[in-house]
Design a protein around this ligand. Structure first.
Ligand SMILES: NC(=O)c1ccc[n+]([C@@H]2O[C@H](COP(=O)([O-])OP(=O)(O)OC[C@H]3O[C@@H](n4cnc5c(N)ncnc54)[C@H](O)[C@@H]3O)[C@@H](O)[C@H]2O)c1
Length: 441
């Protein structure tokens, strides 16, 4: 056991009394709600982000993300508990640093941990004895020990004595009305027992359920396991949807029927692919790390293959449906309903809807989209997308040959929409059984 330094005793006391100064690096979907919860529980919080628009939003009393309302930011700003900066000098004199920076994939689907490195670089000069650094970004096992810690050690501090480092995965689910940063159980694993204890003390000071684990690697791997579990099951159920269609069986009814079993079954639902910044990406972190150790992960690659085929499969089914009504896909006017990666969120990046729209346009369809949360389609997705935003007006309905349900936003009135267009193709099981003109995946 490492000796307890006086600086660590001071940190521990500051955490117990919430007098520690906390810096959150990265003010996105993860960092912003975390900063808010910390500040609401009494910590003085600094948000650091190179994106000036996000910094200005916070300092102007506005939330940069959908899940946090402006009022929360405004109240904390007025109380002097929250402030943001794009200048890394603003990281001086903090006790706790929590990294919530992006962990995307490179073009060749390899982990891109450069944001973690940059964030660590920007805080290393500000570390002082008795400080705690926590990584919350999703990443491969070993990142905290092998990548983050060596950068932090440039400070000259001694790990587990006066420098405490831990990994604590963020499990936030944007748009989830029941679970948020404040009530999602938190896993914590440090580079050693003292770090685990220090990070656990921090989270227990403002969250109700905190579960320490034996190492940072276990916490890193647990997060990848959670999301890879989802990606693989979605891959399986997408394959099941194709099989059911081939056999003339309604996959949605099958899932509901299986769901009557009260144990040993958890429903997953098919759709136009998988989207978001986590489920499609995180399994690649696991696969990459396994490959580096000489092991090829077949489940992950198979699920990725099945899921990435879904947009093309959907368009084939749309073509069949149009054909049954004597129409070709080329020249057909398709109204895409919902383009975000999941319902009731405002984020269309990494959405499979974009791949479906691209494939429709590639095959000559005219596409317009309706989405209350999105003004224009992201154009950094790959191929150029021509679809323009439309509203649910009489003119739009008159223009439409087929409505295509891609995201089941709760504000859409499916019976009304189905009644006003010639036919509907439903990739989400949202409008099944409500009208004769609806074809479901
Ligand atoms: N969004 C989710 O639903 C979710 C859920 C769980 C975990 N995660 C993980 O959390 C991490 C962050 O995700 P997010 O959705 O909040 O991303 P995001 O893109 O919404 O926000 C990340 C922020 O970090 C900022 N940033 C980039 N480089 C920085 C640096 N060097 N220093 C400080 N800030 C920097 C960016 O400008 C951006 O504002 C990722 O690893 C992600 O996989 C995300």
């Amino acid at each position: 056991m490492s000796p307890i330094s006086s600086s660590s005793a001071v940190l521990c006391e500051k955490l117990q009394h919430r007098t520690a100064k906390v810096a959150v690096l990265g003010l996105g979907y993860v960092g912003t709600p975390l900063a808010i919860h910390l500040a609401q529980s009494g910590y003085a919080v600094t948000g650091f982000d190179p994106q000036v628009s996000r910094v200005n939003a916070i300092n102007g009393g506005r939330s940069p993300v959908q899940d946090v309302d402006n009022h929360a930011v405004l109240t904390l700003r007025a109380g002097g508990l929250l402030h943001a900066t794009a200048d890394s000098e603003g990281l001086a004199e903090h006790d706790v640093f929590i990294l919530c920076v992006p962990t995307p994939l490179t073009d060749s689907k390899q982990p891109d941990v450069s944001y973690i490195e940059q964030a660590a670089d920007s805080l290393v000069d500000h570390l002082r004895p008795g400080c705690l650094v926590i990584l919350e970004s999703t990443t491969y096992p070993g990142t905290t020990d092998e990548l983050l810690l060596p950068i932090l050690q440039r400070s000259g501090l001694t790990p587990e004595v006066d420098l405490f480092v831990a990994f604590s995965p963020e499990r936030v689910d944007p748009g989830n009305a029941s679970f948020n940063t404040g009530n999602i159980p938190k896993l914590v694993g440090g580079i050693g027992p003292a770090s685990t204890e220090m990070a656990t003390t921090l989270y227990r000071s403002f969250l109700t359920q905190v579960f320490p684990v034996s190492s940072a690697r276990v916490a890193e791997m647990a997060k990848l396991h959670e999301n890879t579990f989802r990606a693989i099951n979605i891959g399986y159920v997408n394959e099941l949807a194709v099989v059911c269609n081939t056999l003339g069986i309604d996959v949605w009814e099958v899932i509901d029927a299986a769901g009557t079993k009260p144990f040993g079954f958890m429903p997953f639902y098919p759709g136009p692919g998988i989207g978001g910044h986590c489920i499609p990406l995180d399994p690649h972190y696991l696969a990459w790390r396994a490959r580096k150790a000489g092991f090829v992960t077949r489940f992950i690659d198979l699920a990725d293959h099945v899921n990435s085929q879904m947009p093309k499969y959907i368009v084939t089914r749309i073509a069949e449906s149009l054909n049954e009504h004597g129409r070709a896909i080329r020249g057909s006017r398709i109204l895409a309903l919902g383009v975000t990666y999941k319902p009731d969120v405002d984020d269309a990046r990494e959405s499979p809807a974009l791949d479906v729209i691209h494939e429709l346009e590639r095959r000559g369809a005219q596409v317009r989209f309706v989405d209350p949360y999105v003004q224009a389609l992201p154009q950094d997705h790959g191929p150029v997308l021509n679809a323009q935003k439309a509203e649910l007006t009489d003119d739009t309905f008159a223009w439409t040959d087929m409505a295509l349900i891609l995201t089941n936003h709760s504000s859409f009135d499916w019976p009304d929409i189905s009644a006003r267009v010639p036919r509907v193709f439903d990739t989400r099981g949202a409008a099944r059984n409500i009208a004769m003109n609806v074809t479901s995946l």
